[in-house]
Design a protein. Sequence first.
Length: 196
Amino acid sequence: MRSVVLLLLSSCALCCPPVATAQAQRVNRCTNAQGQTVFTDRSCDALGATARMPAGSASVGNTGIYRAGCARRLSELTGQIRDAVSLQDVNRLSSIYLWGNVSNATANQIIGRLESVVQRPLIDIAPVYPSTDALPPPLPADPNASLVDAVEAAAPVAGRPRPIGLRLEQTLGSTATPARTVFGLRRQYGCFWITL
């Protein structure tokens, strides 16, 4: 009988939670010197590794290793281009390029052109506006209106049209030979992007 009671008590002890509550431990994701990911309950420093995601707040614009977001204003885009060229960082410049529907062969050519852009000293970035001479005259909305009335009705309210590109004025190396690159501007996903 005593063995049956001990057996019942031991089986109940297995079903009940332990009296001492275990504290939840934090699992850290670290990267060791060989580049391997290590999961541990100790600090990354104790293992001689670094935290997988560095602590710190996200920066505005493209001022660090990680981009906080895309350029929503044209001034942000020109700042990102200026940063990429001053750091001679083709990866940074390619991060603001609109890569949709680009083949591998074309992508290699584009990267080559972007690489040559970041290697040249930057003098200025200027907006490129559409040529009003190249635009056909608008058709009259009212069939009885004259062409002059239609042009006046279709004229933009603001004095200047929106830019369609950015012109980079650079020099070729140490010489004063000017070099010019024109990037097309695209607005997609609520952001500005460059194209060639």
